[in-house]
Write a new protein. Structure first.
Length: 234
Protein backbone atom coordinates (compact mmCIF):
# COMPACT_ATOMS: atom_id res chain seq x y z
CA UNK A 1 0.00 0.00 0.00
CA UNK A 2 1.10 3.55 -0.74
CA UNK A 3 0.29 6.53 1.46
CA UNK A 4 -1.14 8.98 -1.07
CA UNK A 5 -1.07 11.84 1.42
CA UNK A 6 2.72 12.13 1.42
CA UNK A 7 5.26 13.00 -1.27
CA UNK A 8 6.74 11.45 -3.30
CA UNK A 9 4.03 8.77 -3.30
CA UNK A 10 1.28 11.31 -3.88
CA UNK A 11 2.58 11.47 -7.47
CA UNK A 12 1.09 8.69 -9.59
CA UNK A 13 4.20 8.59 -11.77
CA UNK A 14 6.27 7.51 -8.77
CA UNK A 15 3.82 4.74 -7.91
CA UNK A 16 3.81 3.56 -11.51
CA UNK A 17 7.61 3.59 -11.61
CA UNK A 18 7.79 1.35 -8.54
CA UNK A 19 5.31 -1.07 -10.10
CA UNK A 20 7.27 -1.32 -13.34
CA UNK A 21 10.38 -2.72 -11.59
CA UNK A 22 8.68 -5.34 -9.40
CA UNK A 23 8.64 -8.87 -10.82
CA UNK A 24 5.46 -10.28 -9.31
CA UNK A 25 5.78 -13.65 -11.06
CA UNK A 26 9.28 -14.17 -9.64
CA UNK A 27 8.17 -13.10 -6.17
CA UNK A 28 5.17 -15.41 -6.15
CA UNK A 29 7.19 -18.39 -7.41
CA UNK A 30 9.90 -17.88 -4.78
CA UNK A 31 7.41 -17.44 -1.93
CA UNK A 32 4.63 -19.86 -2.75
CA UNK A 33 5.66 -22.12 -5.63
CA UNK A 34 2.43 -23.17 -7.32
CA UNK A 35 0.25 -22.35 -4.30
CA UNK A 36 -0.49 -18.76 -5.35
CA UNK A 37 -0.44 -16.50 -8.38
CA UNK A 38 0.37 -12.91 -9.19
CA UNK A 39 -2.42 -10.44 -8.47
CA UNK A 40 -3.48 -7.84 -11.01
CA UNK A 41 -5.88 -5.58 -9.14
CA UNK A 42 -8.32 -5.03 -6.29
CA UNK A 43 -10.65 -7.93 -7.12
CA UNK A 44 -9.48 -11.54 -7.02
CA UNK A 45 -9.52 -13.69 -10.18
CA UNK A 46 -11.75 -16.08 -8.23
CA UNK A 47 -14.50 -13.46 -8.06
CA UNK A 48 -17.25 -13.45 -10.72
CA UNK A 49 -16.63 -9.69 -10.96
CA UNK A 50 -12.95 -9.97 -11.83
CA UNK A 51 -11.63 -8.29 -14.97
CA UNK A 52 -8.19 -8.72 -16.51
CA UNK A 53 -8.62 -5.67 -18.75
CA UNK A 54 -6.21 -3.60 -16.68
CA UNK A 55 -2.62 -2.42 -16.92
CA UNK A 56 -0.49 -5.37 -15.76
CA UNK A 57 2.61 -3.17 -15.26
CA UNK A 58 5.00 -5.49 -17.14
CA UNK A 59 8.65 -5.14 -16.21
CA UNK A 60 10.06 -1.99 -17.81
CA UNK A 61 13.05 -0.48 -16.03
CA UNK A 62 13.63 2.18 -18.69
CA UNK A 63 10.07 3.46 -18.43
CA UNK A 64 10.25 3.37 -14.64
CA UNK A 65 13.34 5.57 -14.56
CA UNK A 66 11.84 7.91 -17.14
CA UNK A 67 8.76 8.36 -14.97
CA UNK A 68 10.91 9.13 -11.94
CA UNK A 69 12.84 11.76 -13.88
CA UNK A 70 9.62 13.31 -15.17
CA UNK A 71 8.25 13.43 -11.63
CA UNK A 72 11.25 15.55 -10.62
CA UNK A 73 13.27 13.00 -8.67
CA UNK A 74 16.70 12.72 -10.34
CA UNK A 75 19.49 10.54 -9.00
CA UNK A 76 22.15 12.20 -6.86
CA UNK A 77 25.88 11.63 -7.33
CA UNK A 78 25.50 8.29 -5.54
CA UNK A 79 22.67 7.17 -7.80
CA UNK A 80 19.98 7.64 -5.14
CA UNK A 81 16.70 9.44 -5.77
CA UNK A 82 15.16 9.32 -2.27
CA UNK A 83 14.47 7.01 0.68
CA UNK A 84 11.12 5.46 1.60
CA UNK A 85 9.99 3.52 4.65
CA UNK A 86 8.09 0.24 4.51
CA UNK A 87 6.08 -1.05 7.48
CA UNK A 88 5.48 -4.80 7.78
CA UNK A 89 4.61 -7.28 10.52
CA UNK A 90 4.50 -10.89 9.29
CA UNK A 91 7.24 -13.39 8.58
CA UNK A 92 6.43 -13.69 4.88
CA UNK A 93 6.60 -9.93 4.51
CA UNK A 94 10.20 -9.97 5.72
CA UNK A 95 11.13 -11.81 2.52
CA UNK A 96 9.02 -9.43 0.44
CA UNK A 97 10.65 -6.44 2.10
CA UNK A 98 14.13 -7.78 1.40
CA UNK A 99 13.23 -8.29 -2.27
CA UNK A 100 11.78 -4.79 -2.55
CA UNK A 101 14.84 -3.29 -0.87
CA UNK A 102 17.07 -4.91 -3.44
CA UNK A 103 15.06 -4.26 -6.59
CA UNK A 104 14.13 -0.65 -5.82
CA UNK A 105 17.72 0.23 -5.03
CA UNK A 106 19.27 -1.56 -8.01
CA UNK A 107 16.76 -0.65 -10.69
CA UNK A 108 15.30 2.64 -9.55
CA UNK A 109 17.72 4.32 -7.16
CA UNK A 110 15.21 4.26 -4.30
CA UNK A 111 16.43 3.30 -0.85
CA UNK A 112 13.96 1.40 1.31
CA UNK A 113 14.11 1.50 5.10
CA UNK A 114 12.14 -1.41 6.54
CA UNK A 115 10.20 -0.98 9.77
CA UNK A 116 9.44 -4.39 11.30
CA UNK A 117 6.78 -4.65 13.99
CA UNK A 118 6.70 -7.73 16.21
CA UNK A 119 3.27 -6.84 17.57
CA UNK A 120 0.30 -6.57 15.23
CA UNK A 121 -1.20 -3.79 17.34
CA UNK A 122 1.87 -1.59 16.84
CA UNK A 123 1.86 -2.10 13.07
CA UNK A 124 -1.90 -1.56 12.90
CA UNK A 125 -1.67 1.74 14.74
CA UNK A 126 1.03 3.08 12.41
CA UNK A 127 -0.95 2.11 9.30
CA UNK A 128 -4.35 3.16 10.64
CA UNK A 129 -3.01 6.55 11.71
CA UNK A 130 -1.48 7.12 8.27
CA UNK A 131 1.98 7.32 9.81
CA UNK A 132 3.66 5.37 7.01
CA UNK A 133 4.89 5.73 3.45
CA UNK A 134 4.56 2.14 2.23
CA UNK A 135 3.12 -0.88 4.04
CA UNK A 136 2.57 -4.57 3.31
CA UNK A 137 -0.64 -6.33 4.24
CA UNK A 138 -3.00 -9.13 3.24
CA UNK A 139 -6.71 -8.39 2.89
CA UNK A 140 -9.70 -10.65 2.32
CA UNK A 141 -11.91 -9.95 -0.69
CA UNK A 142 -14.71 -11.93 1.01
CA UNK A 143 -17.72 -13.12 -0.98
CA UNK A 144 -18.81 -9.83 -2.53
CA UNK A 145 -16.90 -6.62 -3.38
CA UNK A 146 -19.31 -4.55 -1.27
CA UNK A 147 -18.07 -6.42 1.80
CA UNK A 148 -14.40 -6.96 1.11
CA UNK A 149 -13.33 -4.41 -1.52
CA UNK A 150 -15.27 -1.16 -1.09
CA UNK A 151 -13.90 -0.57 2.42
CA UNK A 152 -10.39 -0.16 0.99
CA UNK A 153 -11.19 2.33 -1.78
CA UNK A 154 -14.27 4.40 -0.91
CA UNK A 155 -13.21 7.95 -0.11
CA UNK A 156 -15.86 8.20 2.62
CA UNK A 157 -14.16 5.28 4.34
CA UNK A 158 -10.97 7.25 4.98
CA UNK A 159 -11.15 6.84 8.75
CA UNK A 160 -7.99 7.80 10.66
CA UNK A 161 -7.28 5.34 13.42
CA UNK A 162 -9.25 2.47 11.85
CA UNK A 163 -7.22 -0.38 10.39
CA UNK A 164 -8.42 -2.02 7.15
CA UNK A 165 -10.31 1.07 6.15
CA UNK A 166 -9.08 3.31 3.31
CA UNK A 167 -5.71 3.76 5.01
CA UNK A 168 -4.03 4.90 1.78
CA UNK A 169 -6.12 8.08 1.70
CA UNK A 170 -7.30 7.18 -1.82
CA UNK A 171 -9.98 9.50 -3.16
CA UNK A 172 -11.38 9.43 -6.68
CA UNK A 173 -15.01 10.43 -7.34
CA UNK A 174 -15.09 8.22 -10.45
CA UNK A 175 -14.17 5.13 -8.43
CA UNK A 176 -16.66 6.13 -5.71
CA UNK A 177 -19.47 6.45 -8.25
CA UNK A 178 -18.67 3.10 -9.85
CA UNK A 179 -18.69 1.35 -6.48
CA UNK A 180 -21.94 3.03 -5.44
CA UNK A 181 -23.66 2.05 -8.69
CA UNK A 182 -22.35 -1.53 -8.54
CA UNK A 183 -23.51 -1.90 -4.94
CA UNK A 184 -27.18 -1.47 -5.92
CA UNK A 185 -27.15 -2.87 -9.47
CA UNK A 186 -29.32 -5.99 -9.66
CA UNK A 187 -28.44 -7.09 -13.18
CA UNK A 188 -25.30 -9.29 -12.92
CA UNK A 189 -24.05 -8.37 -16.40
CA UNK A 190 -24.29 -4.62 -15.77
CA UNK A 191 -22.82 -5.08 -12.31
CA UNK A 192 -19.83 -6.95 -13.71
CA UNK A 193 -19.32 -4.16 -16.26
CA UNK A 194 -19.33 -1.53 -13.51
CA UNK A 195 -16.72 -3.46 -11.54
CA UNK A 196 -14.63 -3.87 -14.68
CA UNK A 197 -14.51 -0.08 -15.04
CA UNK A 198 -13.77 0.25 -11.34
CA UNK A 199 -10.81 -2.12 -11.58
CA UNK A 200 -9.41 -0.32 -14.61
CA UNK A 201 -9.64 3.02 -12.79
CA UNK A 202 -8.12 1.85 -9.52
CA UNK A 203 -5.27 -0.01 -11.21
CA UNK A 204 -4.47 3.19 -13.10
CA UNK A 205 -4.53 5.25 -9.90
CA UNK A 206 -2.52 2.55 -8.07
CA UNK A 207 -3.12 3.35 -4.39
CA UNK A 208 -1.97 -0.21 -3.79
CA UNK A 209 0.29 -2.47 -5.82
CA UNK A 210 -1.16 -5.96 -5.58
CA UNK A 211 1.55 -8.61 -5.40
CA UNK A 212 -0.06 -12.02 -4.95
CA UNK A 213 -3.37 -13.81 -4.64
CA UNK A 214 -3.75 -16.84 -2.38
CA UNK A 215 -6.69 -19.24 -2.83
CA UNK A 216 -8.85 -19.31 0.28
CA UNK A 217 -10.22 -22.77 0.97
CA UNK A 218 -13.98 -22.95 1.51
CA UNK A 219 -15.83 -26.07 2.69
CA UNK A 220 -19.50 -26.26 1.72
CA UNK A 221 -22.37 -28.65 1.06
CA UNK A 222 -22.89 -29.42 -2.63
CA UNK A 223 -26.58 -28.66 -2.24
CA UNK A 224 -25.76 -24.98 -1.70
CA UNK A 225 -25.72 -22.70 -4.72
CA UNK A 226 -23.85 -19.47 -5.46
CA UNK A 227 -20.65 -20.47 -3.66
CA UNK A 228 -17.34 -19.22 -5.02
CA UNK A 229 -13.81 -18.98 -3.72
CA UNK A 230 -13.37 -15.83 -1.61
CA UNK A 231 -9.65 -15.34 -2.07
CA UNK A 232 -7.08 -13.38 -0.20
CA UNK A 233 -4.93 -10.88 -2.10
CA UNK A 234 -1.77 -9.30 -0.74
Amino acid sequence: AFNLRKPPLNDKRVRHAIAYVIDRDFLVKELFGDKAKAATGPISPDSPFYSDKVNKYPLNTDLANKLMDEAGYPRDDKGVRFTLTLAHQTAINITISEYLQSVLSRKLGVKLRVLHFDKFSDWAKVVADGDFEMATDEVFNHGDPVIGVHRTYLSRNIRPGVIWSNTQGYSNPIADELMDKAAVEKDPVRRKALYAEFQKQVVEDLPIYWLYQIPHQTVYNRRLMGIHNASVWG
